[in-house]
Design a protein around this ligand. Sequence first.
Ligand code: DX5
Ligand code: ZN
Length: 222
Amino acid sequence: MPKHKIAPSLLAADFTRLSEEVEMVNCSEADWLHLDVMDGRFVPNITFGMFIVEAVRRLCTKPLDVHLMIVEPERYVEAFRKAGADVITVHYEACPHLHRVVHQIKETGALAGVALNPHTPVSVLENLLEDIDLVCLMSVNPGFGGQKFIYQTLPKVRRLREMLTVANSPALIEVDGGVGLQNAEVLLRAGADVLVAGSSVFGAPDPQATIATMKALNETWL
Ligand code: DX5
Ligand code: ZN
């Protein structure tokens, strides 16, 4: 079984110490750095755009996993790629022409991700599985860090894992929202490949140790 990835979400970092926080991630066992772009329209909150992504790109040695919680993401795909995104994830709920956007992302050379809100069933991706590199299952309603994990996500992870196995798809399953040491193991056992963790990492007394513990999880099952 390939080892899972840990993607700390910068949203929970202290932005007055941005370079130190990114350096903590650089020196940790984290695989990716997750960046949450919010526009105040698709979600109620506003965070940052490509200007900050580009600055973080210069600080960060790990791949950037850019989660676009914005309407009409097709208008900004190239700009975020140019700013340094390695993975670009758009929301199913924001894209009436999702197939086109997924291929637009792939043409830039980035990995293409599709995120599903907690109420959106995984079955909507049935006819797109072979085109996607990553499916991000939201385990909170997107918009804010520090929310409580929605447990209905767990059967969605299992169901998606079955769908990917049947389709012989190498797409990664990412889980985003309310993920921490209390549920990481059960998510990995259900079939998750990438765990996004914001407050559980940046709010921990020792963020690097928390990342290392999450990263070591399936080794402890052996
Ligand atoms: C929520 C964002 C998440 C958020 C996760 O809309 O997509 O990536 O940063 O934060 P935690 O891990 O604190 O729930
Ligand atoms: Zn996110």
